[in-house]
Design a protein around this ligand. Structure first.
Ligand SMILES: [Zn+2]
Ligand SMILES: [Zn+2]
Length: 157
């Protein structure tokens, strides 16, 4: 893997820090109603796979189960949002503002575009997906992953 995808960051008070290997070199915005409630606006985050996020100071994390399939964690001292985690895949979305450096990153995609606030819009040329499109893509990825898992679980393999 390329070194460009290695990154690091911390919360506002510094009690929690992390290193991570990003899945790709772009930040995506999520306009869903839950992200807006959580952070007061869209969540702009970078993705990292399960096992690729290494947290120091994790005892300061508070984890909130925001739905059946996702959880959101924040620093219990300063309130910084540390990650959104998709439980079925273990994938983390980390707010881009936590990173020590945003160099080399692009901003290319907006999801849950149909739930966005009408008060503002990003001028960046981005790919836009509705909530239904995101859910369909996620369901497809998940069923593919389940199939791979059941193949691996076959006796004798
Ligand atoms: Zn903190
Ligand atoms: Zn969201």
């Amino acid at each position: 893997m390329s070194n460009d995808l290695k990154t690091s960051g911390r919360c506002l008070c510094g009690e929690i820090s992390f290193t991570a290997e990003l899945t790709n070199n772009h930040a995506d915005a999520c306009h869903c109603g839950m992200c807006q409630h959580w952070g007061g606006g869209p969540l702009i985050s970078v993705g990292t796979a399960a096992g690729d996020l290494h947290i120091v100071g994790g005892e300061k994390l508070t984890v909130f189960e925001s739905s059946e399939w996702a959880e959101r964690a924040f620093c219990s001292k300063c309130g910084s949002h540390m990650f959104f985690r998709l439980k079925p895949t273990g994938q983390f979305m980390v707010p881009v503002g936590l990173l020590d450096s945003q160099s080399g990153l692009g901003f290319t995609k907006e999801i849950f575009f149909d739930e966005r606030s009408a008060l503002y819009q990003f001028a960046n040329p981005t790919t836009k997906q509705t909530g239904a499109e995101v859910r369909a893509e996620f369901a497809a990825a998940l069923s593919k992953k389940r199939q791979q898992r059941s193949h691996r679980a076959e006796p004798g393999s």
